[in-house]
Design a protein around this ligand. Structure first.
Ligand SMILES: NC(=O)c1ccc[n+]([C@@H]2O[C@H](COP(=O)([O-])OP(=O)(O)OC[C@H]3O[C@@H](n4cnc5c(N)ncnc54)[C@H](OP(=O)(O)O)[C@@H]3O)[C@@H](O)[C@H]2O)c1
Length: 178
């Protein structure tokens, strides 16, 4: 099972706020996210899932929650990241894509093989951050696409693809079998 993570963040790694919502409007990044996630199994926190509930078109959401009562009409509920990986594997998925929010990025980073990050050249107000992904993990840059601001997108942005250099020691060995 290949674990990927996709996120967009400002210069300070802000991704959102306690009030919910994405603090920018950048159609290029929205298209990038839609194209990348199409027909994939996605891991989402319960709050991000609630924000995106009307949005799914061919993706299979796996919703992370500690609430044993939670049920979803589309997709599955998992109580931890390992259970989500197992569900995706049982479904026959080759890839599980982690889509946030902040709590889920934090929980899933130790399991993640590849990052697809949009670095937005702006600073916004916000309380939810992408984790400090370079602190304990070494990544190699696979690709980089830079776009200036334009009439449709008020901020410049860079799409980055980063691959983990060494398998995580935090990733349980049985996970390699999935
Ligand atoms: N910029 C981006 O790329 C991006 C992407 C996604 C989201 N966002 C933004 O991020 C913000 C939401 O992030 P958030 O951190 O507040 O919420 P979240 O991660 O979407 O959801 C948090 C909830 O997920 C469940 N959860 C989280 N970690 C868990 C774990 N380890 N085990 C079991 N359940 C777990 C809990 O649900 P229960 O309370 O049900 O137990 C928790 O309350 C919004 O502003 C959203 O728009 C931004």
């Amino acid at each position: 099972m290949h674990i990927t993570m996709i996120s967009a963040m400002d210069r300070n790694r802000v991704i959102g706020s306690d009030n919910g919502g994405i603090p920018w409007h950048l159609p290029r990044d929205t298209r990038h996210f839609r194209e990348f996630t199409l027909n994939k199994h996605l891991l989402l926190g319960r709050k991000t899932f609630a924000e995106m509930i009307a949005w799914f078109t061919g993706q299979t959401p796996i919703v992370l929650s500690r609430n044993a009562e939670l049920q979803v009409d589309t997709g599955f509920v998992a109580y931890n990241v390992e259970e989500a990986i197992s569900i995706a594997a049982e479904e026959g998925a080759a890839e599980l894509t982690v889509c946030g929010g902040g709590a889920v990025y934090e929980a899933a980073l130790p399991y993640t093989d590849e990052l697809f990050l949009t670095r937005i050249d702006t600073e916004v107000e916000g309380t939810i951050y992408f984790p400090d992904f370079e602190q304990d993990i070494e990544w190699e840059e696979v690709s980089r696409e830079e776009y200036p601001a334009d009439g449709e997108n008020p901020d410049a942005m860079t799409f980055l693809q980063l691959r983990r250099l060494h398998p995580s020691s935090l990733r349980p060995s049985r996970m390699h079998l999935l």
